[in-house]
Design a binder for this molecule. Structure first.
Ligand code: ATP
Ligand code: MG
Length: 403
C-alpha cells in the first residue's frame, strides 16, 4: 500500500506559548535535516501535529530515519483518500484485506475537523465499521486495545486513513535545550553520554584531545567514527580536535606522577571550557561514571571540577557499566569503542594516580606550569570539521575508487 503522508505526534510538550512554537520549529528543522535524502517531502507543522507529505517518496525508507528524531512520541503513516463515503469505504476494505489475517480484533476511530463533511465522526465509525463486518463476518469489534485500530481523519485538505502507530524516539528536539560541548574520548562511555544529552534536547559539539605522535591516527579516526554514529539523531556534528601533546609533555616533565592524572584532567576541562565560551555553548558533557577509575572518585571529581563553575552534565555518572554497554550496543558505538587504540589518557596514565588529590598540592604544582601560554598555543591549533553521515558515505565511495 502506498502511503501518502506520515502524521507525527509530538513528544512531551510541557511548555506553552512561545516555547511550544520554538520547540515545534526546531523539530521541523531536525526532521528536515534527517530526511535530506528525500527532497520531495513537504513538512506542515501545526500546534498539535506535524504532517509529512511524502509526494511519492518511499515510506519504508523514510520511517527508519524518522524513528531516530528526538521529540517525536509516535507517528502514523497514512493514506490520503478523496473526501467521500464511497472512496473511504473502498480504501478501508483495501486496508483490512491487507492486514486482517482472520484473528485480529478491530475498531474504527474517526475524527472530523472539517464540519462540512456529510457524516459526523460517530456516523463515519458506524458506516465503515459495518462495511468491514459485511466483508469479514467473523471479525470481532473491540473498543479497548483492539489489534487493529483504523483511524480516519476528515480534514479540510482531505481524508486520511491509518492503522499503524510507530513509536518515536521520545525526548526533546535536539537544539531546543541549547548547546553543550561533549568531551569525547574513544571509549564506551562518552558517546553514550552524548546520545543521552541529545535525547534531552542538547545540541552537541564533540571535543577530542589528541596527543600525536603518542596517540595514533587510528585513535583520532575512531573518535571521528564514534561522532559519526551520533549524527543520525541530528544530521551533522562539529568535531573539534585539540592538540594536547605539549601540555601532556610539560605535565610529565615538571610534576610528580601521582598528580599527572589530576593535572591533565584539569587542563582538559579548562580548555573545553574555553572552547565552549568561544562557540557559545552553555554546558560541558562528559562520560564520567562514578568510581570506575581513579579520575572518577568523588574526591578526584571535586579537584578536577575546581577549574570551572560551568555546569558539567554527566549523563552516565550513576549507571552501571553493563547499563552503559547496553545503550552503547543500541546506538551501535560499542563495537567501535572496544577497538584497542590508546587515547591520550591511557598513554600518560601513571601507575598509581592519586584517588584523593589534595587541592593545595594541586595548586602548588600548577605554579610550575605556564598555564596561560600552554592554553593559548593549544587553542590556536584547534582543528574543526563538520561530521555528517552523508559525508562519510562519500568518503567511503572515494576510497572504493582508489582500490
Ligand atoms: P570513556 O569510555 O568515555 O573513554 P572512561 O570510562 O574510559 O570513559 P576516562 O578515560 O577516565 O573514562 O574519561 C572520563 C571522561 O573524560 C570521558 O568519558 C570523556 O568525557 C573525557 N575524556 C577522556 N579522554 C578524553 C579525550 N581524549 N578527549 C576528550 N575527552 C576525553
Ligand atoms: Mg577513556
Amino acid at each position: 500500500m502506498q502511503y501518502t503522508e506520515i502524521m507525527v505526534r509530538y513528544g512531551e510538550l510541557s511548555t506553552k506559548g512561545k516555547n511550544r512554537r520554538s520547540f515545534i520549529m526546531q523539530l521541523a528543522q531536525n526532521v528536515r535535516g534527517a530526511l535530506v535524502d528525500f527532497p520531495a517531502i513537504k513538512i506542515h507543522a501545526d500546534r498539535d501535529r506535524m504532517h509529512l507529505i511524502l509526494n511519492g517518496e518511499d515510506s519504508t525508507q523514510v520511517i527508519p530515519k524518522l524513528s531516530k528524531v528526538f521529540g517525536i512520541q509516535t507517528f502514523s503513516p497514512s493514506i490520503q483518500v478523496a473526501k467521500n463515503p464511497q472512496d473511504l469505504k473502498a480504501t478501508t476494505e483495501e486496508i483490512m484485506e491487507a492486514v486482517y489475517t482472520g484473528k485480529e480484533t478491530f475498531k474504527i476511530t474517526a475524527k472530523r475537523s472539517d464540519h462540512s463533511f456529510e457524516m459526523d465522526s460517530h456516523e463515519i465509525q458506524q458506516f465503515l465499521g459495518n462495511a468491514v463486518v459485511d466483508r469479514f463476518p467473523d471479525i470481532k469489534v473491540q473498543m479497548k486495545r483492539p489489534d487493529i485500530n483504523l483511524r480516519v481523519e476528515i480534514r479540510r485538505d482531505g481524508a486520511y486513513l491509518s492503522y499503524e502507530t510507530i513509536k518515536g524516539a521520545g525526548g526533546l528536539p535536539v537544539g531546543s535545550s541549547g548547546k553543550g560541548m561533549l568531551m569525547l574520548s574513544g571509549g564506551i562511555d562518552s558517546p553514550v553520554a552524548g546520545y543521552l544529552s541529545m535525547k534531552r534536547g542538547v545540541e552537541i559539539e564533540a571535543v577530542h584531545f589528541a596527543s600525536p605522535p603518542y596517540t595514533s591516527d587510528q585513535a583520532l579516526q575512531k573518535a571521528k567514527d564514534l561522532t559519526e554514529k551520533l549524527t543520525p539523531y541530528v544530521g551533522s556534528i562539529q568535531f573539534i580536535e585539540v592538540p594536547f601533546t605539549e601540555i601532556q609533555e610539560e605535565i610529565k616533565q615538571h610534576t610528580p606522577q601521582g598528580y599527572w592524572m589530576t593535572l591533565t584532567r584539569r587542563m582538559m576541562l579548562r580548555i573545553t571550557d574555553a572552547i565552549r565560551e568561544m562557540r557559545h555553548g552553555l554546558v560541558i558533557i562528559n562520560g564520567e561514571s562514578l568510581g570506575q577509575v581513579a579520575s572518577q572518585t568523588l574526591h578526584s571529581m571535586v579537584a578536577i571540577n575546581e577549574v570551572t563553575s560551568t555546569p558539567i552534565i554527566r549523563p552516565v555518572a550513576t549507571m552501571d557499566k553493563t547499563e552503559i554497554i547496553e545503550l552503547a550496543e543500541k546506538i551501535d558505538t560499542f563495537k567501535l569503542a572496544i577497538q584497542p587504540f590508546e587515547d591520550c589518557c591511557t598513554i600518560f596514565a601513571p601507575p598509581q594516580p592519586k584517588t584523593r588529590p589534595k587541592m593545595d598540592k594541586v595548586l602548588e604544582l600548577e605554579k610550575r606550569l605556564d598555564i596561560d601560554g600552554l592554553m593559548t598555543r593549544c587553542l590556536a591549533g584547534l582543528k574543526i570539521e563538520a561530521i555528517s553521515a552523508a559525508q562519510s558515505e562519500t568518503q567511503v565511495e572515494e576510497f572504493a575508487d582508489l582500490l
